[in-house]
Design a protein around this ligand. Structure first.
Ligand code: FPP
Length: 255
């Protein structure tokens, strides 16, 4: 078992769950069965994060670019999502997990949107962990949407140009109210961010592993956290400044 420091956990972990297709290929089965196996890894990781006390977990379940995949695959991913929300919601609720969703969810079919609404409503008072699913999500789209809303609020006199600050910009994003991710995990040996949380990951620690998503285990999660815990997060400061600041204020959080 990998050792991690439970007093120095990332408060927000974001995950790009990549490699379902290659896992399926390796096992000479269809891609859809790879995604099904990937959904099992989703269960394991949520449970492990909840157990150790991670406060926010964001999973990239479906990107805005994924709509361009073959229609059978898109449909299968949608069915899997619907099935997941139907079967897992009671267990998630029991574990005190609050569900939230980011992305252009209006593009999802009405049955899934209704499931999202119910899941959000049912778990709204839970506070053990926030599970944030990115669905039909694209970072550039999110930023453009925020800019359009700021322009329209400005035209209506609701925001002055001088009030367009980093902090206020955050409020226009899908992730309003959430801390930025401290740690990004990407599986399958690809070294890209792929349009995920572009604004929010300015200071996120990046962790890449060759493990394919369906094989990603609790041990793999702990390895990622252990790697994060070895790093010094300087937020643009020098090591010396950081030490002084830590002594003065305790640990620095995301700014
Ligand atoms: C990337 O693998 C994964 C996806 C596009 C979808 C992620 C979906 C899941 C993990 C399962 C469903 C999720 C939930 C929340 C029920 P890929 O297909 O790009 O793999 P490849 O690069 O090896 O082809």
């Amino acid at each position: 078992m990998i050792k991690i420091d439970l007093d120095n956990l990332p408060q927000h972990i974001a995950v790009i769950m990549d490699g379902n297709g290659r896992w399926a290929q390796q096992h000479t089965i269809g891609r859809i069965r790879g995604h099904r196996k990937g959904a099992q890894a989703v269960r394991t990781i949520i449970k492990s994060c909840r157990e150790i006390g991670i406060k926010h977990l964001t999973l990239f379940a479906f990107s805005v670019e994924n709509w361009e995949r073959p229609v059978e695959e898109v449909n299968a991913l949608m069915s899997l999502l619907e099935e997941y929300l139907t079967k897992e919601i009671n267990e998630l609720h029991k574990q005190g997990i609050k569900l939230s969703f980011i992305g252009d969810t209006k593009r999802l079919n009405p049955a899934i949107r209704e499931k999202l609404r119910l899941a959000r409503e049912m778990t709204s008072k839970n506070d053990k962990m926030i599970l944030n699913l990115a669905l039909s999500y694209g970072g550039r789209d999110e930023i453009i949407h925020a800019v359009k809303k700021i322009v329209s609020d400005h035209a209506e006199g609701k925001i002055a140009v001088s009030d367009i600050t980093k902090e206020n910009f955050n409020k226009y994003l899908n992730t309003a109210g959430m801390p930025d991710p401290d740690l990004l995990i990407r599986t399958s040996g690809e070294y890209r961010i792929s349009n995920f949380l572009l604004w929010q990951m300015a200071y996120t620690e990046l962790y890449f592993t060759k493990v394919l998503w369906p094989d990603f285990s609790k041990d793999d999660l702990f390895m990622a956290i252990a790697s994060y815990q070895k790093r010094e997060r300087r937020f643009g400061l020098t090591s010396e400044q950081l030490k002084e600041e830590n002594i003065r204020t305790g640990n620095r959080t995301n700014v």
